[in-house]
Design a protein around this ligand. Structure first.
Ligand code: ATP
Length: 490
C-alpha cells in the first residue's frame, strides 16, 4: 500500500516507543503493511497524516481531512476517539476496536494500535496503525452462519420453535447493550420474566433468545398471542380440553402441557380478560392445570415469559390487569427501549435491512444520502424496528436495479411528508469557499422547502416566508429555480 512519504524507519525511530514489546508490535504491524492503514494526529487532535488507502475504506478524502480535527471528521465523542485517549492517557493502546461511520453512512470497524508521540515529557501527537476487521468479519460471518445453520438443524430436529438467538439482536448503543446483558443474566435463572416495550421493539426476539440461552433450550418454545384469540378459545388453547366438555371437544393437551419443560411465551398479556387472568393465576400459583371440562389436576413446568406493550401500572389502575396476576408474572422485568430512544442504532439497523434486501431484490445500494440518514434518525418510529424494516423494504422496492444510493424520494410518502412538515430536511452546503455561492444555495433550499411544504402554492409559500408574492417570484427567477422540476423531493 502507499504510505506516501512516511517510511518504516521514521516510525520505528519515533520516540514514543516505551518498551521492547511495543517495538515488536510496531514492527509486526509494519510488516503487515499490506493490510494496514496509518493515521497521525497532533496533540490537539488535528489530523496531520492519513494513508491514502483510507479513502477506499471509509470514503473520506485524504486531501480534505488533513488539518481537520479527528473528532469532527469521524463524528466521534472524545471518549470514543482512540487517538485522543492515547494522547490523554499517555500510553500505548493495543488491539483497540474503533467503530465509526463512513462518509456514506455505512459502518466501519477497525482494530487499532495507537502510539503516543513524546517530545521529552510532552505528548505531541499519536500514530495509529489500523487493520480493517471486515476481512476477519467476513470469515467470522461465514463461520457464524454455518454454526447457525447447524443450530437450526438441531433446533428443527428437536423442534424448539424459535428463530432467533442473542447474536441476531442488533444494537451496539448503551441502551440495547445493557438490556442484552440483563437478558443474558435472566436466561441463567428460572424466574418468570415480564418483557415490557412498545410494539416492534423486539420483545419476542428477546423471549426466544433467552430461551435459547437457557438450560431449557432443547425443550419447546411456544408462543401465544393473547390478543389474537377470543377468551373462551384461549382458555382451551392454554389448558387443553376433555372429551365432551363442549360440542366437538376432544381430549387434547393445551399449551401449558405442550411446552413441557420449555418456555411458554404469553404475548400481549394485557389483552387477556380479568376472568381468564384469575384462572391463569391459579395455575401459576400451583403449577398445575385442569383441562377445560376435566377434573384431574395435571402438573406443568414451563417457564413463563410474558410481554406487554402498555404501561402495566396504568393497566392495573384502569382495572384491565389484576395486580396479583401481574406480580406473579413480573418476578423480573426487562424493558425493550423504543427506537427513538436509541437513535444511534437506527443507521446500523437500516444497513442490516438494506443488505438483506440487496440480496433478496438483487439491488446494489451501498450509500445512504445524508438527507435520508437525517430523516431516519429524526422520525419517531411509533412501530419501532418493525416499522423501520418495512420502511427500508419499501425504499428498496423503489430503487432501480442500477441505483447505488438510497435517496429521499425512495422513502414511503408519509415519511417524506413528515420530514417536510417537521422541517428537518437539511440544507446541504456546496463544497466551496465562495460565500456568494453558499448563500445562494441556502436561499434556494429555504425557498424550495417552503414550496414543497405548501405543495408549490406561491401565495402560501410567500406568506410563510414573510415575502410578497412578487419578491418570491423575483428570487426564484434570480436563482434560476425550475419549480416544477425541483419541488419533487430529491
Ligand atoms: N434489536 C433488534 N435487532 C434486530 N431485529 C430486531 C430488533 N428488534 C426488533 N427486531 C425485528 O423487528 C421485528 C419485530 O420484533 P418483535 O416481534 O420481537 O417485536 P415485539 O416487541 O414482540 O412486537 P409486538 O409487541 O408487536 O408483538 C422482528 O422482525 C424482529 O426480528
Amino acid at each position: 500500500m502507499a504510505i506516501n512519504n512516511f517510511s518504516k524507519s521514521q516510525i520505528v525511530k519515533n520516540n514514543s516507543i516505551a518498551d521492547h514489546d511495543d517495538l515488536e508490535l510496531i514492527i509486526h504491524s509494519l510488516d503487515c503493511l499490506e493490510d494496514c492503514y496509518i493515521s497521525i494526529v497532533d496533540a490537539t487532535g488535528r489530523i496531520v497524516f492519513a494513508s491514502k488507502d483510507f479513502e477506499k475504506l471509509d470514503g473520506y478524502k485524504t486531501s480534505e481531512i488533513i488539518g481537520e480535527n479527528v473528532l469532527d471528521v469521524y463524528k466521534l465523542g472524545e471518549e470514543n476517539s482512540v487517538h485522543i485517549k492515547a494522547i490523554k492517557e499517555k500510553r500505548v493502546l493495543k488491539n483497540t476496536l474503533l467503530r465509526y461511520t463512513s462518509a456514506s453512512g455505512g459502518p466501519v470497524e477497525l482494530v487499532m494500535d495507537i502510539f503516543p508521540v513524546f517530545t521529552g515529557q510532552e505528548v505531541t501527537g499519536s500514530v495509529a496503525i489500523s487493520r480493517d476487521t471486515s476481512k476477519i468479519q467476513a470469515l467470522t460471518e461465514i463461520v457464524t452462519k454455518l454454526q447457525k445453520a447447524l443450530n437450526n438443524q438441531l433446533h428443527h430436529q428437536i423442534n424448539n420453535g424459535t428463530q432467533f438467538c442473542f447474536e441476531d439482536i442488533i444494537g451496539s448503543g448503551e441502551a440495547m447493550q445493557s438490556v442484552i446483558q440483563s437478558a443474558k443474566r435472566m436466561a441463567r435463572s428460572e424466574s418468570r420474566i415480564m418483557i415490557l416495550g412498545e410494539t416492534g421493539t423486539g420483545k419476542e426476539l428477546f423471549a426466544q433468545s433467552i430461551h435459547n440461552e437457557s438450560s431449557r433450550a432443547k425443550e419447546p418454545f411456544i408462543a401465544v398471542n393473547c390478543s389474537a384469540i377470543p377468551d373462551s378459545l384461549l382458555e382451551s388453547i392454554l389448558f387443553g380440553t376433555t372429551k365432551g366438555a363442549f360440542t366437538g371437544a376432544e381430549n387434547k393437551a393445551g399449551l401449558f402441557e405442550e411446552a413441557k419443560n420449555g418456555t411458554l411465551f404469553l404475548d400481549e398479556l394485557n389483552s387477556m380478560s380479568i376472568v381468564l387472568q384469575a384462572k391463569l393465576l391459579r395455575a401459576l400459583e400451583t403449577n398445575r392445570i385442569r383441562r377445560v371440562g376435566g377434573n384431574q389436576e395435571i402438573p406443568v413446568n414451563p417457564r413463563i415469559i410474558s410481554a406487554m406493550n402498555i404501561n402495566p401500572l396504568e393497566a392495573i389502575e384502569n382495572e384491565k390487569l389484576r395486580s396479583d396476576f401481574y406480580y406473579r408474572l413480573a418476578v423480573v422485568t426487562l424493558e425493550c427501549p423504543s427506537l427513538r430512544n436509541r437513535k444511534q442504532d437506527i443507521i446500523t439497523l437500516s444497513w442490516h435491512y438494506i443488505k438483506k434486501y440487496n440480496k433478496i431484490l438483487g439491488r446494489k445500494i451501498d450509500r445512504l444520502s445524508p438527507e435520508v440518514m437525517k430523516i431516519l434518525e429524526n422520525y419517531n418510529w411509533p412501530g419501532n424496528v418493525r416499522e423501520l424494516s418495512h420502511c427500508i423494504e419499501h425504499a428498496m422496492n423503489m430503487v432501480d436495479p442500477n441505483d447505488t444510493s438510497l435517496l429521499v424520494r425512495h422513502l414511503p410518502a408519509f415519511i417524506q411528508e413528515n420530514a417536510l412538515k417537521s422541517n428537518i430536511l437539511p440544507i446541504i452546503l456546496p463544497k466551496t469557499n465562495d460565500f456568494k455561492q453558499i448563500m445562494n444555495q441556502v436561499e434556494k433550499d429555504i425557498l424550495l422547502q417552503a414550496l414543497k411544504r405548501n405543495n408549490g402554492n406561491m401565495n402560501q409559500s410567500a406568506k410563510e416566508l414573510g415575502l410578497s408574492r412578487q419578491s418570491l417570484f423575483y428570487k426564484l427567477k434570480k436563482l434560476n429555480i425550475d419549480i416544477e422540476y425541483e419541488t419533487h423531493i430529491k
